[in-house]
Ligand binder design. Structure first.
Ligand code: TPP
Ligand code: MG
Length: 470
């Protein structure tokens, strides 16, 4: 059934929100506010809007790299999206994901995804969960014409059909994958023909016509809710901008082609429909102005939001280590995962001091160990000039003072290199540590070098220096 005037007005505003959001994003990207990169959805607004119009909050959507329109159509907040694009703490993913990883789980927006077509099997997993739990929810996955050629799309079509999943494949065929024309990469008649080969009903529609998309996806959603299985909708459309805001690709489309598609502007088409249904230019203007106000507030929200703290970032990078026995390593030792990480960490933190200039007779290094409760003298070895470990005297664990005698043979080139290396592997489990190697480090605080002529050169270092010179 075609949408009513009221529905069309609501959908018109969604389309304008999408367009203005991405037009503003380009400006913010050029001004350095939007981090990483972003892919504009301008030109394709009818697809996300018409498709998501049939979904409830409980239904899921899974997106791809060109995901802003999908998020907005699913009801995402512009301010949280803007903050995310700007890498700010108040963003949907605390500023850690950026444009290509926006997820709004409260809306069952399961995430954008930078891996082409990766959302398709994940979405089918969500559809399988919905089916097994009998929730009556449906899942809709967006992917591009380039994504359609990924193997996972075929695998997913096969299983979705076999298991009759409540799943809708929405392929946005915008004619290009990066700079490559679809005709150069796609055999046969494209994704809808392929879906039919798996017994999945498929429609190829004008993706710049909101009502055509609305009708086709409406049927697909109804079929999924009846328990009859997946459908595929291929929406033929066009992106007005370049592949991404950062992409610097050679010319691959003609100006004429771009202009022809801009004349098929999906928003202008809805405006004409609304005017035919009795709407006025004033109504349209009011709706656009409302969007403008919301957008400006969203931009201000993003700019005012703080950058995520190191604690937020760390918490997203590290996860608790599971005690898993790994196969015997090449060195013939059996390491559990955490030991491997720990050992690797030590190796990565080898600290080198480069001293040059006068002839030195000794160097004393003061520092502190972080994350290691105790250390025996022989466990922290000093190497001088790449020679075998040198016996050193180490006083006190925690803050330590390491004294290294030197001889002229150690630095024939006049450059003295002293590196500190823990000489054994630390097993956090055995030492009663938490198993979290994050805070393990050797920090150097001060170096005192004694010269042959009896002088002392002192260099005070920062809390975690790698190199210091006297
Ligand atoms: C698995 C994988 N291969 C390649 C890329 C690089 N890449 C990013 S976007 C893109 C083109 C995708 O084209 P399409 O699916 O048609 O989506 P569109 O950009 O046209 O919306 C490619 C090849 C990637 N991100 N992931
Ligand atoms: Mg494409």
């Amino acid at each position: 059934m075609p949408p009513s005037r009221q529905t069309l007005e609501t959908l018109y505003q969604v389309m304008v929100r999408i367009r203005r959001f991405d037009e503003r994003t380009v400006e913010l990207f050029n001004a350095g506010h939007v981090k990483g990169t972003a892919h504009s959805y301008v030109g394709q607004e009818a697809v996300a809007t018409g498709a998501c119009a049939h979904l409830t909050k409980e239904d899921s959507v899974i997106s791809n790299h060109r995901g802003h329109g999908h998020c907005i159509a699913k009801g995402a907040r512009l301010d949280l999206m803007m903050a995310e694009l700007m890498g700010r703490e108040d963003g949907y993913c605390r500023g850690l994901g950026g444009s290509m990883h926006i997820a709004a789980l409260d809306l069952n927006m399961l995430g954008a995804n930078g891996i082409v077509a990766a959302g398709v099997p994940i979405g089918a997993g969500a559809a399988l969960a919905a089916k097994l739990r009998g929730t009556g929810r449906v899942v809709l996955s967006f992917f591009g014409d380039g994504g359609a050629n990924q193997g996972v799309v075929h695998e997913t079509m096969n299983l979705a059909a076999v298991w009759k999943l409540p799943f809708i494949f929405v392929c946005e065929n915008n004619k290009y994958a990066l700079s490559t024309d679809q005709s150069r990469t796609t055999a046969g008649e494209g994704v809808s023909a392929r879906a039919r080969a798996y017994g999945i009903p498929a429609a190829r529609v004008d993706g710049n016509d909101l009502v055509a998309v609305y009708d086709a996806v409406g049927e697909a959603v109804a079929r999924a809710r009846r328990g009859e299985g997946p459908s595929c909708v291929e929406a033929v459309t066009y992106r007005w901008g370049g592949h991404s805001m950062r992409a610097n690709l050679p010319e691959y489309r003609t100006k004429q082609e771009e202009l022809e598609w801009m004349e098929k502007d999906p928003i202008a088409r809805v405006e004409r429909r609304l005017l035919d249904m009795g709407g006025t230019d004033i109504d349209l203007k009011e709706m656009r102005q409302r969007v403008e106000g919301e957008l400006e507030a969203a931009v201000a929200y993003g700019i005012e939001s703080p950058e995520p703290t190191v604690e937020i970032m760390e918490a997203a990078v590290y996860s608790p280590h599971a005690r898993v026995v790994e196969p015997v390593s090449r060195a013939g030792r059996e390491l559990i995962t955490v030991e491997g990480v720990w050992e690797d960490h030590w190796m990565g933190r080898e600290t080198v001091l480069a001293l040059s200039g006068r002839a030195l007779v000794s160097v004393e290094i003061e520092g502190q160990l972080v994350g290691v409760p105790s250390l025996l003298p022989q466990e922290l070895a000093a190497h001088v000039g790449g020679q075998p470990p040198r016996v050193t005297s180490l006083t006190a664990p925690g803050p330590f003072c390491l004294s290294v005698p030197l001889s002229p043979d150690d630095a024939p080139s006049g450059r003295w290199e002293v590196s500190l290396t823990p000489s054994r592997t630390f097993c956090p489990m055995e030492e009663g540590l938490s198993g979290d190697s994050r805070h393990l480090s050797v920090q150097l605080l001060r170096v005192r070098a004694r010269t042959q002529d009896g002088r002392e050169i002192v260099k005070t270092l920062g809390p975690s220096p790698i190199e210091g010179g006297c």
